[in-house]
Design a protein around this ligand. Structure first.
Ligand code: SF4
Length: 350
């Protein structure tokens, strides 16, 4: 395999918190993204999953430089975007696009659909006059919209149609990489499958590479080649979809998978759900050691003190958890195994 299309190393996005009305001084930092390392191959879909507020959207925005990262490297096609001036980045922005979560809020209500889709063409000076209009109509057809509606306004379309407008706008400059930021979560379930199918068709037709962001594993299961699980600004696990589902190594992934409903009522009734206790800690003051230790059902002493490295556990399977070094500790608090072990050893389970 050649060089990946995107190579992300040590990516950090911290937002400073200031205090003081007259003399403003930085008092803390929100560590929204705190050191990510991963690659995305050309033509692949990488699903990025995690709870709300874990830094998924910020990661997507930092990769395409809508936010300039605090630290780290984002190599796109061999060039580090983080070291480039805005002027140098401008032509590369054609290749890096984003589809937003909210098809209602992400389209300017005062612009016609034609103007919205044409905007990137205007910004990058790619087509003018009749050519621009023809290209807009072509894009509308590609995403399944009637080109006769070119003069209509966003409020005249349904949620699914508005998301198609957002997709057409993202495609206008013939990008290579698209960050899809929860593109289906604001849509009716009946429409979600249509939009997913459209995105898959477009990927095949135009050899697109996607970072597909979602808050649950069920949403990314079918579209992703590999899945990355994120918790509190850090990667917990990354592997191909099958390994993530059949052999989750990180306790957080295990809990997320246990929450995915199974369509068979009998299996669904008997399956074990892992309910995580407590809330996600604040990224202003993340826990010491492993950031997941305050909620992890397997946490042991080392987890509070030492941050686990994000390392290879198997071919293409990466995880940040001390259980990789100490598999004998994989005994869940409160589980039957933990109680039996406690009775045998006469100890209170940790
Ligand atoms: Fe749980 Fe410890 Fe692994 Fe973190 S390192 S996920 S706290 S077992």
């Amino acid at each position: 395999m050649g060089e990946p299309l995107l190579k992300i190393r040590g990516l950090k996005m911290h937002f400073p918190v200031y205090r003081g009305a007259f003399i403003r001084r930085e008092v803390n930092r929100v560590r929204a993204v705190d050191g990510l390392d991963f690659d995305i191959e050309e033509g692949e879909t990488l699903g990025l999953v995690g709870e709300s507020g874990c830094g998924k959207s910020t990661t997507g925005r930092a990769i395409i430089q809508l936010y300039r990262p605090t630290d780290g490297e984002v190599h796109f096609d061999g060039k580090d975007l983080c070291t480039m001036e805005n002027r140098e980045l401008h032509p590369l922005r054609q290749d890096l696009q984003m589809i937003f979560q909210d098809p209602y809020g992400s389209l300017n209500p005062r612009m016609t659909v034609g103007d919205i889709i044409a905007e990137p063409l205007r910004v990058h000076n790619l087509a003018k006059g009749t050519k621009r209009r023809e290209r807009v109509q072509e894009l509308m057809e590609i995403v399944g919209l009637d080109p006769r509606f070119i003069r209509r306004y966003p409020h005249e379309f349904s949620g699914g149609q508005r998301q198609r407008i957002g997709i057409a706008r993202a495609l206008a400059c013939e990008p290579r990489f698209i960050v899809c930021d929860e593109p289906i979560s604001a849509l009716d379930v009946s429409i979600q499958a249509q939009i997913m199918n459209l995105m898959e068709d477009l990927q095949n037709e135009f050899n697109l590479t996607y970072l597909f962001i979602a808050h649950d594993l069920a949403a990314v299961r079918h579209i992703s080649d590999r899945i990355a699980v994120m918790y509190l600004g850090q990667l917990a696990e990354l592997a191909d979809g099958e390994s993530i589902y059949k052999n989750p190594l990180h306790p957080y992934t295990e809990a997320l998978i246990s929450a995915v409903p199974i369509p068979d009522p009998e299996i669904e009734r008997d399956r074990e759900r892992i309910v995580l206790e407590g809330d996600v800690p604040s990224p202003l003051n993340p826990p010491s050691g492993c950031v997941f230790h305050t909620r992890c059902p397997y946490a042991f002493d080392r987890c509070k003190k030492e941050k686990p490295a994000f390392k290879k556990a198997d071919d293409g399977h990466f995880v940040a958890c001390h259980l990789i070094d100490e598999p004998e500790r994989r005994v869940r608090k409160g589980s039957q195994d933990a109680l039996e072990t406690a009775q045998e050893t006469d100890e209170v389970p940790a």
